[in-house]
Design a protein around this ligand. Structure first.
Ligand code: GRF
Length: 198
């Protein structure tokens, strides 16, 4: 069966992109990274795409028609699922509508706790005993939309932002490829605000 073609949108390091690329090396993985788009020229993820031999585009948010260019690049590449992976721009309601049900994000907290930035610092400040990561469909509110899957990690005594971020990131790298597989296998069904995995 044809593999689901992923378009991965990044702004920086690209370690979640790498996790998807690595997962797709398995012959039985039902998806492949077909296109990488970065809005930042210096994104380390662009180099990862090059090493992996994956087409990559730099589309700066500073140029007019930024979103239309992303949309066209994704459509031209026959992308079936758009994965935001550390993409630091908020997409317009029109874009979100256009890719409805085909646009997912990974966020480093257990949503709805700690949307937005600095999630680990805020989790530590709140005295949370657990945190983690969430993969969700994108809606027009930031870090909101039907939750597909979450992975919990403990907050340990002595944790600082760096140690907690590293633990959560390792969980992200396991979770994102798992969720993409579920979607590619047609097992993810959205019912209003809820997602059912069958
Ligand atoms: C990850 O923590 C992700 O959850 C958040 O941004 C970070 C991106 O890291 N949205 P990377 O670029 O995938 O390494």
């Amino acid at each position: 069966m044809a593999r689901l073609r992923l378009g991965v949108l990044i702004s920086g390091r690209g370690s979640n992109l790498q996790a998807l690329v690595d997962a797709a090396r398995a012959p039985d993985y039902p998806a492949e990274v077909a296109l990488v788009i970065s809005n930042e020229a210096g994104a380390a993820g662009l180099a990862r795409a090059e090493v992996a031999g994956i087409p990559a585009r730099l589309i700066s948010h500073r140029q007019p028609g930024f979103e239309a260019m992303i949309d066209a690049a994704l459509s031209d590449a026959g992308i079936g699922l758009v994965c935001l992976a550390g993409f630091m721009r908020v997409l317009s309601a029109a874009f979100v509508r256009r890719w409805h049900g085909r646009l997912i994000n990974i966020h480093p907290s257990l949503l709805p706790a700690f949307p937005g930035l600095d999630t680990h610092r805020r989790a530590l400040a709140a005295g949370a005993k657990a945190t983690g990561c969430t993969v969700h469909f994108v809606s027009d509110a930031v870090d909101a939309g039907p939750i597909i899957a979450q992975s919990e990690v403990p907050v340990l005594p002595g944790d600082d932002e760096a140690s907690l971020a590293a633990r959560v990131l390792a969980a992200e790298h396991r979770l994102y490829p798992r969720v993409v597989r579920l979607i590619a296998e047609g097992r993810v069904h959205v019912d209003g605000d809820r997602v059912e995995i069958r």
